[in-house]
Design a protein. Sequence first.
Length: 85
Amino acid sequence: MASRGSRHTAGAFDIRTIIALLFGVYGVVLTIVGVVQPHAEIDKSVGVNINLWAGIGMIVFAVVFVAWARLRPIVVPDEAGTSKE
C-alpha cells in the first residue's frame, strides 16, 4: 500500500516571494530618491515626483505579492516522483 508523502509549502523559495523582495528593494530605493531629490529634477517631469510615486507603487506591489504568497502558499510534496494512487 503506497502511503502519501507529507507535504510542505515552498516558503522562501516561492517565486512570488523573490519577486516581492526585488520590487520591495527597488521601491524603497526609489522612494528615498524621490524624497531627497532636488525640486529642479521634479520640474523636469512636469511637477510630478515620479520617483516617489513609482517607489510607493512598487512597495504596494511587493506587499500584495507577499500577502498572496502567504494566503495561497504553493504546496510541494516531500518525495519526488510520487505517483497518485
